[in-house]
Design a protein around this ligand. Structure first.
Ligand code: T4K
Length: 398
């Protein structure tokens, strides 16, 4: 327990935690089941190219999110590119500025032009008004994001996309298992994309997928994912290699089985964060809508610098204590190369949030007692803001 400011690790004291705590450590599940699956794949001598584990994983994911088709891929970025090509995106695509770099990069890499829209200052998600403001005659599609696993206003975006005759795709990389208006994320728009990266609530080592109810789109993606070849090995058009391997599917299936336990742990952490953070001046916790199902995987706060402590200083303080926080997502993507060199309207809400947000440790290896101690550190840092601010000034002065 810290008694004086000098006890903070950033000021020379010992770190609060001997081992680092992270945002989203892998949700592995039952390793015996994982090894059995891996042994099965090795015994079959069938390691990739739509093997039985990949097909089972696709079935399970489609069932879990209530869609007809799931095309598994080697990662979420490849899944974004697959759906962008298959749906015929060209020219400009509207994307929210506050997201992981993968969202616009996936488009840019294909020669498309991400056009950034601002976000709702309370949720960080793109709403219909911010998307509408970014639509031009060159817009070919909208790629919205369920940021931090909190679903965006998908119904309003669907209505907007319909009015403009534009395909709407959701980057749901962070939102597996969530619902919006009681409907599972995965079934909105023309298609949705999940990531199963090691740090996600369901992990496949590396992995991703596109889910859709559109059979033609699914068939095109299935071919494009495998060098453009259909099931009879005829090349139908250009394709890539975005296939998921059997090893990844083995992990994905095992992690999926552990999903309930993982979310229960995240929810316990979330409740403790809610209780402990309440009343800390200048710290706003980003809410989940508790009427919906959520994965509670990203615990995000916004730090109001008017309390004398800015987000970057708090991040430095916590990191020194072995609380490995993440500035998800800072800066906004419109400020990243190459996008920052392009003419861009001002995006004040995205900028304001990007300067303030911080993701705190969650996941299977974080206990509620860890959460209490993390919040004590945050409270302590806020209480000692002037000392920490002076330290930063002294450091900058050399
Ligand atoms: N769209 C959105 C909205 C996304 O958030 C993402 C990915 C994508 C698209 C693209 O999906 P993928 O192509 O990745 O499938 C991490 C993840 O690498 C990335 O998947 C994720 N979003 C992003 C939000 O976070 P980094 O570079 O910030 O962190 P990373 O991977 O170095 O590690 C983060 C944390 O996890 C640390 O806290 C350390 C810990 N860790 C990491 C790994 C890899 C572990 O404990 N074990 C591990 O195996 O990107």
């Amino acid at each position: 327990m810290k008694l004086r400011a000098a006890d903070l690790a950033v000021l020379g004291g010992p770190p609060e935690f001997p081992q680092p705590l992270y945002v989203g450590r892998p949700n592995v599940g039952d390793t015996t089941r994982l090894f059995t699956r891996l042994e099965g794949a090795l015994a079959r001598n069938w390691l990739t190219n739509g093997g039985p584990l990949v097909r089972e994983f696709e079935r399970r994911v489609a069932e879990a999110v209530g869609v007809r088709h799931c095309v598994a891929t080697c990662n979420g970025t490849a899944a974004l590119q697959l759906v962008a090509r298959a749906i015929g995106m060209r020219g400009e695509v509207v994307v929210p500025a506050l997201t992981f770099a993968a969202t616009p990069h996936a488009l840019e890499w294909l020669g498309l032009r991400p056009v950034f829209c601002d976000v709702d200052p309370r949720t960080g998600n793109a709403d219909a008004a911010s998307v509408a403001a970014a639509i031009t005659p060159r817009t070919s599609a909208i790629l919205a994001v369920h940021l931090w696993g909190r679903p965006c206003a998908a119904d309003e975006l669907e209505a907007l996309a319909d009015r403009h005759g534009l395909p709407l795709v959701f980057d749901a990389a962070q939102a597996f298992g969530a619902t919006y208006l009681g409907r599972p994320v995965g079934g909105f728009g023309a298609a949705e994309v999940f990531s199963f990266h090691a740090t996600k609530v369901v992990n496949a080592f590396e992995g991703g997928c596109v889910v859709t109810d559109d059979a033609d789109l699914a068939e095109r993606m299935r071919a494009m994912c495998n060098f453009g070849m259909n099931g009879s090995r005829e090349v139908l058009g250009p394709g890539t290699n975005a296939k998921m391997s059997e090893a990844s599917a083995a992990m994905g299936l095992t992690s999926l089985e552990a999903y309930g336990g993982s979310v229960a742990g995240n929810l316990a952490s979330h409740r403790r964060y809610t209780r402990e953070l309440a009343g800390i001046e200048g710290i706003r916790q980003l809410r989940f809508d508790d009427r919906e199902r959520n994965n509670y995987h990203y615990e995000v706060i916004a730090v109001d610098p008017s309390v004398g402590l800015d987000r970057d200083t708090l991040a430095e303080v916590l990191t020194a204590e072995n609380v490995i926080v993440q500035k998800y997502f800072s800066p906004g993507c419109h400020r990243l190369p190459p996008y920052r060199d392009r003419a861009q309207v001002s995006l004040p809400h995205a900028d304001a949030l990007a300067a303030r947000v911080l993701a705190l440790p969650t996941g299977p290896s974080v206990s509620t007692e860890d959460v209490r101690r993390i919040c004590d550190l945050i409270r302590f840092a806020v209480a000692h803001a002037p000392t920490l601010a002076n330290r930063a000034e002294a450091y900058l002065a050399g």
